[in-house]
Design a protein. Structure first.
Length: 189
């Protein structure tokens, strides 16, 4: 993650301090799923949905809300960018592999939740999106208790990369793409 990105450890610690049961991975997964499922990024209702999902419908503490908005804006930029720059909000590489695996599972669970809220009709989805969602369903059942070795590191890297690319595929097919035109006016694609 770049230094300007929302930090997994900082956001997760803040969320736990205010008794929010989710972590930064699940939070980003939910947001990404909602966007990839077709939610308009300009619609502020995502904040209310998120409160329902992670805080029993209660408003988020101002610190958590502020950091969540930063994460959301960062995510929108990554998804709408031309560089396939989605960075999953999970623990850094130095963290134990089982912790990173569990965070990946939480991210995918969050994605499936957010996506399902926005996109209940999969008939119009491509076979690639349907396959990715089926694979995500399988990843949720992945064993996060992995030995600390090079083979496990490589396997986790491959699954992380698959999840990242698949999330961007879902967004590219179903998400709202907006950008600013030369005159600054919002243009939807």
């Amino acid at each position: 993650m770049k230094n300007t990105d929302v930090n997994y450890e900082a956001l997760t610690g803040l969320m736990h301090r205010y008794n929010i049961l989710a972590d930064a991975s699940e939070l980003q997964g939910i947001l990404c799923g909602m966007l990839a499922g077709g939610m308009d990024p300009e619609n502020p209702d995502w904040k209310l949905s998120l409160q329902d999902f992670i805080n029993a419908g209660e408003p988020l503490n101002s610190e958590v809300a502020s950091m969540t908005v930063e994460l959301y804006e960062q995510l929108c930029q990554q998804l709408q960018g031309d560089e396939f720059s989605l960075v999953l909000c999970i623990p850094e590489e130095g963290a134990p592999i089982s912790e990173r695996g569990q965070s990946l599972i939480a991210w995918v669970q969050g994605f499936m939740l957010g996506f399902g809220v926005q996109q209940q009709e999969l008939k119009s989805c491509s076979e690639d999106v349907k396959e990715a969602l089926q694979d995500f369903s399988d990843i949720i059942h992945m064993d996060s208790d992995m030995p600390e070795n090079e083979e496990s590191e490589q396997a986790l890297f491959e699954v992380l990369e698959y999840v990242r690319i698949s999330a961007m595929l879902c967004f590219s097919e179903l998400g709202h793409h907006s950008s600013k035109g030369a005159d600054g006016a919002r243009v939807l694609h």
